[in-house]
Every structure is written in structure tokens, then in C-alpha cells.
Design a protein around this ligand. Structure first.
Ligand code: SF4
Length: 365
């Protein structure tokens, strides 16, 4: 008989210290049956309980290689979907708070992308001329759309390679949902700005003329990350005036102007590794999420490295922060009681197509 789930209300008002103790105890009971995955942007009071840490793809791949029954993903919704898609059939992906979404992923949905595909068909044959490429920060049905239409998934580490793969098959790319990652990666391939117009999904024909569509190499979906859009070129300028020897490193979800003014641009793993390998005593301005920057600032302090956050305001991934110690304790205690809460399950047909697009990426990169 299925056990009764413990209601979240019993955890909602628990103090963080109590939660911490209960998480530790539940983890001890579950042992290797559950693995806790924490993304780099996760808040410290949850991150400290992680068995595995990293970016979304790395975590999903590592988790699928474990023998754990439960993959408890302390990230956002699309990450738990990827974990489910790449996991073994018997493994169960769980998101401790279903409200932990990604504002960027939400900027593209299947009906809008299908509409774009139909509208593009009025100008050219999209299945002959356009590779759909989705950033991993997207919902599973968009990955499935890419799988079905000869397309592919990319991450912030491999986007340039994935564009090359895409161009080797078809002359154009529809890149969603992050215009900034698409633009920066296209720029790295030498594509001029007027060949990378923005597809505004709220406008008929994306707000573009047939000439603009024919001329385009990359059609950039009008999406962005609400966290990374907060970083501005003037933040870099101020830092450079103050510390002429300092180095600037940014995530490619930042605007083109921020990336262009940075010394280094790359994924979260790249940012961490670049600062780790830098000389002792160096100073860094970092354009990515606050929890990650705070963590590396502490980690590299003993080496005399000064790591500074780019914006004067707080730029946190507030949706990821919804996964708090209360939700984690609730999830784990339910597992101890034999009840799975908040399972993320991608429908089988969709998961197969999405896996195809993910496998193309793994092969290409
Ligand atoms: S930082 Fe931005 S892109 Fe990353 S999960 Fe949060 S909202 Fe999504």
C-alpha cells in the first residue's frame, strides 16, 4: 500500500537549524538510495548537503552513473527534467519545490516555437534550411522538438561547437531561448550582427521581413536570463578604473556588451577553473550568479585571490533559491517514509526525442 505523504505545512515554519539536523538524519537513513544534486547557483544552506555539485548537464550525467534510486535535484525544473531523461529507467528524479522554475526557459514554449516554424515556412523550407538548436535551459518538449526536426541541444560550454555542427547540416540556425548565448557564440564564429536578427515571438513573423529571414544565419529567440541581464558594461568600466590589473570574467548569458568588455567569457565550470588556475594574488570581477561568486570568493581567499561580484545590486537566481532547507527536509523525510513527492517525469515519447537531441550534442562536443 502506498504511504501517505507528509504534508509540507509541517515543515514550512521549521527553523533552518532544525531542518539541517533533519536533513542530516534523513540522509543517513537513505544512504546511497538517494543522491542530492546541487547546481552551482544553489544557496549555501542547501548546497552544503549535496553529494554532487556542478552545472546541469554534469550533474545529470553523474547522477545517472550512480546506483541511487532517487535523484534529488536542488536546481530548477528543466534540470530535473534532464536528469530524468538521462537517468536509468528505475531512477526517479525529484525537484524539492515544483515552483523552482527558470525564467529564461519559460520564455520559449512549444506553441511559440511551432508557430515560428510555421511562419518561417512561408519564406523558406525550415526542415531543409534551419537547424533548431536549444540551450539546455529549456523545457523538455523543446528539446524533443529539436530531436524531431534534426536539431540539437547545447550548453554554455559547447554552444560554439554546436553551432558549427548545425551549420554543417543546414545553412541557418533557430537558436532558443537565450539570445545572448546565441549572439556571443555566433560572434565567436565571425557572424556579423545583421546576420543574427532577433526573433520576437510576440510579433507576426518574429517582427522580421522575408529579406531579413533569408539573410539570417542565426535567428535569435528573444529570451534572456533575468539574473545575467543585470550586469552592465559600466560595472566593468568602474572596476577597470579602480583596478587596472584586475581581470573580468563573465558568463555568456550576459549581454553582448558585457561579454565584449570581459577578458574571459565562459560557463560556470570555466569561470571556476579559470580563477582556480590563475596566479595567486590576482583580482577578479565576475559576471554570474551571486551564490557561485560568493562561494568561489571564499574558496580562493587563502590564495590571496580577490573575487568580486560584478553588480552593485543582488543578482540571485531567486527561483532556484525556492529550494530551501524546509523543502529539502520535507522531500527527504517523505522518502524515508516511503513516499515520493514532486517527481519529475517526462512523458516517454517526448523523453526519447529529447534524448536524441541531447545525444547529438554529446556526440558533437
Ligand atoms: S540563473 Fe537564469 S538561466 Fe540560470 S536557472 Fe536562474 S533564471 Fe534560469
Amino acid at each position: 500500500m502506498q504511504a501517505e505523504a507528509i504534508a509540507f505545512e509541517r515543515f514550512d515554519t521549521l527553523k533552518d537549524d532544525d531542518c539541517e539536523q533533519r536533513i542530516i538524519e534523513a540522509k543517513a537513513v537513505l544512504g546511497k538510495r538517494a543522491v542530492i544534486l546541487a547546481h552551482h547557483y544553489q544557496r549555501a544552506d542547501v548546497y552544503k548537503h549535496a553529494d554532487l555539485t556542478g552545472d546541469s548537464l554534469k550533474l545529470s550525467r553523474l547522477a545517472s552513473g550512480t546506483d541511487a534510486d532517487y535523484l534529488v535535484f536542488c536546481g530548477v525544473h528543466f534540470m530535473a527534467e534532464v536528469a530524468d531523461i538521462l537517468s536509468k529507467p528505475e531512477q526517479i528524479a525529484i525537484l524539492p519545490d515544483l515552483a523552482a522554475g527558470c525564467s529564461m526557459a519559460d520564455m520559449a514554449n512549444l506553441s511559440k516555437v511551432e508557430r515560428a516554424w510555421r511562419e518561417l515556412a512561408e519564406v523558406l523550407d525550415p526542415d531543409e534550411t534551419i537547424t533548431p538548436a536549444t540551450y539546455i535551459n529549456s523545457v523538455a518538449d523543446l528539446k524533443a522538438f529539436c530531436g524531431e526536426h534534426g536539431g540539437i541541444v547545447c550548453t554554455s560550454s559547447n554552444a560554439v561547437k554546436i553551432l558549427q555542427w548545425s551549420f554543417s547540416r543546414r545553412e541557418k540556425v533557430l537558436f532558443f531561448p537565450d539570445q545572448h548565448l546565441g549572439r556571443w557564440s555566433g560572434h565567436k564564429l565571425g557572424i556579423p550582427p545583421d546576420e543574427m536578427p532577433v526573433w520576437d515571438f510576440d510579433e507576426p513573423m518574429g517582427g522580421l521581413t522575408p529579406e531579413q529571414i533569408r539573410k539570417a544565419r542565426i535567428l535569435l529567440w528573444k529570451g534572456h536570463c533575468s539574473v545575467h541581464q543585470m550586469f552592465q558594461p559600466q560595472h566593468i568600466l568602474r572596476f577597470r578604473n579602480q583596478y587596472p590589473d584586475g581581470k573580468v570574467i563573465s558568463h555568456p548569458e550576459c549581454s553582448f556588451e558585457v561579454c565584449k568588455n570581459s577578458d574571459y567569457v565562459g560557463s560556470t565550470e570555466y569561470i571556476i577553473n579559470t580563477i582556480r588556475e590563475a596566479e595567486k594574488g590576482t583580482r577578479w570581477l565576475v559576471g554570474t550568479e551571486l551564490n557561485l561568486v560568493g562561494r568561489i570568493a571564499e574558496e580562493f581567499k587563502p590564495e590571496g585571490k580577490i573575487v568580486q561580484f560584478m553588480a552593485p545590486t543582488i543578482c540571485m537566481c531567486s527561483t532556484m533559491a525556492r529550494i530551501d532547507p524546509q523543502h529539502l527536509a520535507w522531500t527527504l523525510e517523505n522518502l524515508v517514509a516511503g513516499k515520493v513527492v514532486n517527481q519529475i517525469k517526462v512523458p516517454m515519447a517526448e523523453a526519447e526525442l529529447a534524448r536524441l537531441a541531447l545525444e547529438r550534442m554529446l556526440e558533437a562536443s
